[in-house]
Design a protein around this ligand. Structure first.
Ligand code: ATP
Ligand code: MG
Length: 418
């Protein structure tokens, strides 16, 4: 096995060369300090599956901060320290040419949960304990890096067997009660990897563990939903969460992601729309769009939506409800209705409704201005006041609706208005 892993670690398709050299530097440094050092979690899982191993989570038995300080002294860059947990984030010098340009250096630790859903109590420990605090067997393996141990696989909990059988299995029966966000993670990995929830793990998603969600902050839960919208297949994941009862645990009215929309989530807004892509925000909008305002207000509160997300969600539903009423509206009426709505919401409703006025607004109408300005009105001796805004918007509306087509016609209209 060790030889096979060594080969994988040197395979540029699995570990790109810049990362290999970073790992060797960390390995050498930790060996010279006598600190056993490991890669854990997603990296090992991907490596054994023969996939590109993305994040590097480095665990040391000893003190990650001391290791980080030695690395910075030798190679440069900066450290952010979390002294309480003895972890460090190494911001790599730009010469390393790595993205992301940081790496987590973590002191092996043991975690205990004082109460269901509470954050764990942490103390430094061995790699074995560190693997036991993790979520699933397939993510609880480590590959050792330092010295002659390079490429040794630690798999005390049966991760390799479960990888072969494509199973997501928790490490102990209290796992979901300790931390029910792991239920989201379990479903996310199951769907991402096309694995199955192992049957006793599946049975642990039950009323006892689901009840613990009540104790979790909205922010912790939303973080999990954010991660889902960062995945390739969010619709499938949300459907599965619904199926196993997680979404119902919050509120039976919570929507299921409508499959019709799953193809749209990655559509890139055409440049001329001036909308910047925000996949996560778009994901939420597709998720809630067929719900009632009441449900959306509930989710927004329970998941502690940011004000951007909450405003966009409410605006999306209101606009969707208004679309039939706007059907025969003039461009100026559309513009009045759309002007205060986030562009991404308008883009999203265009995607699902194909309403050409939404596209016109994004591409053209929102840029239309009267050529006559406030200064012109002043030059005509009109006293400053609310009349300015009124007149200018009437001129703009005339442009929008095609009632004036050039400056001369606009001047004529102004004369009539005055
Ligand atoms: P990904 O490919 O999504 O990055 P990952 O397995 O690396 O998958 P991360 O969220 O990056 O997942 O977390 C890194 C590691 O930390 C995991 O492999 C897992 O061992 C551990 N971990 C993360 N969240 C939890 C949790 N809630 N409970 C227990 N262990 C966790
Ligand atoms: Mg990861």
């Amino acid at each position: 096995m060790q030889n096979e892993i060594r080969r994988h670690m040197r395979d540029p398709k699995l570990v790109p060369p810049e990362r290999q050299s970073l790992l060797l530097r960390i390995a050498d440094q930790s060996a010279s300090m006598g600190m056993p050092c490991y890669l854990v979690g997603g990296f090992v899982r991907s490596l054994l599956l023969g996939k590109l191993a993305k994040d590097l989570d480095v665990i040391v038995e000893g003190d990650a901060i001391e290791l980080g300080e030695a690395l910075v002294k030798k190679y440069g860059g900066k450290l952010t320290l979390h002294t309480k947990f003895r972890t460090a984030i190494w911001h790599l010098p730009s010469t390393f040419n790595l993205h992301p340009a940081t790496i987590d250096l973590i002191t092996a630790r043991k975690e205990t949960y004082k109460a269901p859903g509470a954050l764990p109590t942490v103390k430094p420990s061995t790699i074995d304990d560190d693997l036991r605090r993790r979520d699933f067997t397939v993510s609880a393996m480590a590959v050792r890096l330092d010295g002659d141990h390079f490429g040794e696989l630690l798999d005390p909990l049966g991760g390799q067997d479960d990888l072969k059988q494509k199973l997501i299995r928790v490490l102990h029966p209290r796992s979901f009660v300790d931390d029910p966000t792991r239920i989201f993670r379990a479903v996310r990995f199951e769907q991402r990897l096309a694995f199955n929830l192992e049957s006793s793990t599946f049975n642990l998603i039950n009323s006892e563990s689901l009840a613990v969600f009540e104790k979790l902050s909205g922010e912790r839960i939303r973080h999990e939903v954010d991660l889902i919208f960062g995945e390739e297949n969010p619709a499938q994941m949300l459907a599965r969460l619904h199926e196993v009862g997680v979404l119902n645990a919050f509120d039976p009215g919570l929507p299921i992601f409508n499959d019709r929309y799953s193809g749209l989530i990655d559509s890139k807004p055409p440049e001329e729309f001036g909308v910047s892509q925000n996949r996560i925000l778009l994901g939420y909008l597709f998720w809630i769009i067929d719900s009632s305002i009441g449900t959306v207000e509930f989710i927004s509160k329970r998941l502690d939506f940011t004000s951007e997300l909450s405003n966009a969600s409410v605006a999306a539903i209101q606009l969707k409800n208004d679309l039939p009423l706007l059907k025969n509206a003039k461009p100026s009426e559309w513009t009045l209705r759309l002007e205060k709505i986030p562009l991404i919401v308008i883009y999203m409703l265009w995607l699902i409704s194909n309403e050409s006025a939404l596209k016109e607004f994004l591409v053209k109408w929102r840029h239309v201005k009267a050529t006559i300005t406030g200064d012109d009105l002043k030059a005509r001796g009109i006293p400053l006041g609310p009349r300015y805004k009124e007149v200018l918007s009437q001129l703009r509306n005339a442009w929008l609706d095609g009632n004036v087509k050039n400056h001369k016609e606009e001047e004529e209209l102004l004369n009539t208005l005055l």
